[in-house]
Design a protein around this ligand. Structure first.
Ligand code: G3P
Ligand code: CA
Length: 247
């Protein structure tokens, strides 16, 4: 079974990384979703791709200056459509609760925290703590572009499968030694520049391969025929029925 991951939730139907975007997965028969996590000043883990507010909220400024109490005052939905006016930046705790209720499977991307290593370790610890509430029936992959952070996560939770993310520009011939050093089970390469030969090499080395971000159905088909296991997409609702699952 090939996997279609709703990238940042159903991010072309609702504002990315919000509870509304995640809630739409179930009604669109999409079992797996991807999300991004980062940390606030008070240690609260939240869902956000950016470490600044200006792209996806009604405010400017750094995520690292906020506390949980500030989340009530920030609108993360009205930029997307009137239907999502007042949508909040969710906490990881709220997210896990929705995932349990909706029986979803999740790829949590730990953002490469730009406020330093100490905060990165707080973020990892916060994610590990939050995952204690995840129902054991739920499937989980943790990924990161920050392979040092990923290795730290794996030390704390060796039973969880992890994935090394690579941009095309940073995917060199040493990729396998990086995966081995982290203890990774998956490689998550960028779609751009990915070739059939490279996919074969990754498959032959025994890794699961999930590719980001694939919004073209023909390209997704090509990747799947090459042996790729999954794709991250902003348009999961457009994929054919064979990629969807009943709940
Ligand atoms: O996890 C795949 C993909 O989300 C990585 O890139 O920038 O969308 O977080 P980005
Ligand atoms: Ca991501």
């Amino acid at each position: 079974m090939k996997t279609v991951f709703a990238h940042r939730g159903m991010s072309s139907l609702a504002p990315e990384n919000t509870l509304s975007a995640f809630a739409l997965c179930r009604e669109n028969c999409i079992k797996w979703l991807e999300c991004d996590v980062d940390i606030l000043a008070d240690g609260t883990v939240v869902l956000s791709h950016d470490d600044t507010l200006e792209r996806c909220t009604n405010r400017c400024g750094s995520l690292y200056d906020l506390t949980e109490a500030d989340l009530d005052t920030i609108d993360a939905g009205s930029w997307f459509s009137d239907d999502y006016d007042g949508e909040k930046i969710p906490t990881f705790e709220q997210f896990i609760s929705l995932v349990n209720d909706h029986e979803l499977n999740i790829n949590v991307e730990i953002k490469s925290c730009t406020s330093g290593w100490e905060n990165t370790l707080r973020l990892i610890d916060g994610v590990v703590k939050g995952l204690e509430s995840l129902n054991p029936e739920r499937e989980l992959i943790i990924s990161s572009f920050n392979h040092l952070a990923l290795a730290e996560f794996k030390k704390r939770r060796p039973e969880t499968r992890i994935a090394c993310l690579f941009e095309n520009a940073n995917l060199w011939d040493d990729w396998q030694s990086i995966l081995q050093a982290c203890g990774a089970e998956f490689i998550h390469p960028e779609d751009k520049g990915l070739t059939k030969d490279r996919v074969k090499m990754m498959k032959d080395a025994g890794y699961g391969i999930n590719v980001y971000t694939v919004n073209d159905l023909a390209r997704a088909n090509q990747l799947f025929n090459w042996g790729v296991d999954g794709v991250f997409t902003d348009v999961a609702q457009t994929f054919p029925r064979k990629y969807k699952q009943d709940f």
